[in-house]
Design a protein around this ligand. Sequence first.
Ligand code: AOF
Ligand code: ZN
Length: 364
Amino acid sequence: MSREADEIHMAHALRLAARGLGTTWPNPSVGCVLVRDGRILGRGWTQPGGRPHAERVALAAAGDATGATAYVTLEPCAHHGKTSPCAEALVAAGVARVVTALTDPDPRVAGRGHAILRTAGIAVTEGILADEARRVTAGFLKRVTQGLPLVTLKLATTLDGRIATATGESRWITGPDARRMVHAMRMMHDAVMVGSGTAAADDPDLTVRDMGSPHQPVRIVLDSRLAHSPDSRLGRSAKDHPVWLVHGPDAPGPARTAWEATGARLIEAPPAADGRTDPEAALRALAGRGLTRIFCEGGAGLAARLIRQGLADDLAVFHAGTLIGAEGTAALGPLGLAALADAPRFTLRETRQIGADTLSLWSA
Ligand code: AOF
Ligand code: ZN
């Protein structure tokens, strides 16, 4: 098979993997396509909750995959979970060749999947569209290799980077199409996160609405003293969709009890020197509970702390065609920069028009 044909089928597998984003944590979202004589026999992607794995779904769809080539965005697993390893399932199915994009850094796999295939006499080609696969798999890769989730920071601002007027009016700066896009982006993340200031000011719901999908990301507030009211929208809906609160050791007992009664999950993390939630400690605690992709929707203080500490991987910036001026609230709190050379830099990946607004996507 030519490299070009391999890339076409791997691109297909990557599009399948993208469908599972937000729903497979703690597992990666993997895509798999089975091809024989140029014909697609079966396709699959990791199912909600992380199982069954993509290869199982594709093999089941194919029925007979003898002699096929399997395109998989991540090395097939080598460990025994609820079922036998995918590498063994591919061997048993009689596939002739396996093409992968990435090695799985999970210590239970880490090259063993490829080895099982080669030992069984299957031809293995690695590294096809690896850069693209790294983007789709970034959350899982970061969780396993660094103990942190991928963080996408959303900023929705005026052309001059403001998110509220001097009187605190902030609804709505961007238009309905941009807001709908935000719901689509929430859906592709495991969790949506805000700081306690934003939770208090907006009483947000943070759910995905009108997307025709039952999937709801975990809703997280970084709230060192558990100041957010349990009688808020989040508190009242915590039994329907998960709410996790990350707090410090000084959170008062009555607030803990009241929040626990709502059905929310409380996560204690060590605070920063100023007594506020330390975003890195919070993110480590969240990755430790399996989250791989977090969509942060503000506010300005949390956004700035994430940027300062190099914890924001991607920026999703919506701009509305309006201006507020210097008396408005800036989208980012202080970054404490001394020199322009120290200013964090991001690389532009994509710009789009969304209704009357623009969206630009940037990566660290
Ligand atoms: C695959 N195909 O679609 C996925 C894989 O907890 P388990 O037993 O489901 O295993 C999770 C691990 O399996 C995960 O950490 C990663 O190494 C791999 N994920 N592997 O062959 C898939 N999602
Ligand atoms: Zn597997």
